[in-house]
Ligand binder design. Sequence first.
Ligand SMILES: *Cc1c(COP(=O)(O)O)cnc(C)c1O
Ligand code: SF4
Length: 442
Amino acid sequence: MNTKRFQAIDRSNVERHPFWDRLRPDLREAIRVVSLVLPFRTNEYVVEELIDWDRVPDDPMYQLTFSQRGMLDPTDYAHVRELLRAKAPNEQIRAAADAIRRSLNPHPAGQMTDNVARLDGRPLPGMQHKYDETVLFFPSQGQTCHAYCTFCFRWAQFVGMADLKMASRETAELVRYLQRHPEVSDVLITGGDPMIMRANVLAGYIEPLLESKLESLHTIRIGTKSVGYWPQRFVTDPDADEVLRLFERVVASGRQLALMAHYNHPVELSTPIAREALRRIRATGAVVRMQSPLVRHINDDAQAWADLWRTGANLGAIPYYMFVERDTGARSYFEVPLVEAWEIFRDAYRQVSGLARTVRGPSMSAHPGKVRVVGVSTVNGRRVFVLEYLQARDPEMVGRPFFAKFDSHATWFDQLEPAFPSDRALFHPAEAAEVEPLRVFG
Ligand SMILES: *Cc1c(COP(=O)(O)O)cnc(C)c1O
Ligand code: SF4
């Protein structure tokens, strides 16, 4: 079992690691070039225990944490490479990197503008409230991760674009907000990765919620990738036990603690320490649910998903969401057409026990809500995507099948068009005055 202290591997030290000399020159170049633009961070556990170096560069965990050449448009890649070769001044490189980043849709689906929580008209910068039941909370000290996913949709937070960051320092404001919003049953503490914080810092955010006596707050969720990237967090880190005692206090307060565990590939569940981490978390009374996007080069493979869900369900990590990779960052390298996402989902879903069919997807976190691709069908002689909202800003829209024209290339909701006039309101809810209540029986 790996009991080392956490050690990040990034631009500053990657060339000192033993694996560097085994990497092909073109792969080294890609790391040097791309990591100037998009975040790069991995760690010794990922490198030593999760990556199969005989399969690099195709290895899924290598694709997941190491910069890939295809992540940048070829022109942008050549431009940055030239600047590097010419030993251009740092400022010039930084300006070029910034320009490329701004072209990559750093804040998709109205994250910065439309989901803002307000208290007495004042925006609360570290919170998002999109769906009635759940508020997202971004503790300011939890905005990094034990490694960075190459496809990350929050990548803008990690590259020092200060104006793009969202983070909160204050739980007091969250508590006041919850007092005014009894419709909120769930707080989702997210990041980055909140589990990057020391136990006492995390407790500083969670204890006020427990002390608040908010009757409407039933569940505290923690969104985390630490279970995959650094399971030592729950087993051998100096404050691992302190974290688990905190989890126990949440459960003892009568609330549910749900760890929303981000696992991309079954190899993340394969090591003894990853399994021990799950066992210890579950022993606190916390529940663990697993979610992940479907990403090209990493897990665009039905067998990997079936294995992930089967193993997860056996170990007590309940399959929850399969997401469609979002329309941000290096999307052209990672995206998967919706029709293929659906085929992969279905192919994996039909192989697993009903106990693992708690998973829902493939789901797009689009501006109006979470849209699930139910499948492809034929209606009135026309080939269509059947869609449904699993979540929506307007709850009236949830759970009503609707149709989009079939498009074999479409990778995101905004590329789809209504198949029939009656579907328009569900595509563009802002244009329709209000979605009419559904009347099944006349
Ligand atoms: C997914 C999501 C949630 C949580 O939705 P659940 O379906 O309850 O898991 C909350 N807020 C935002 C912005 C989300 O994208
Ligand atoms: S763990 Fe989550 S927030 Fe962190 S890099 Fe990966 S996707 Fe992004």
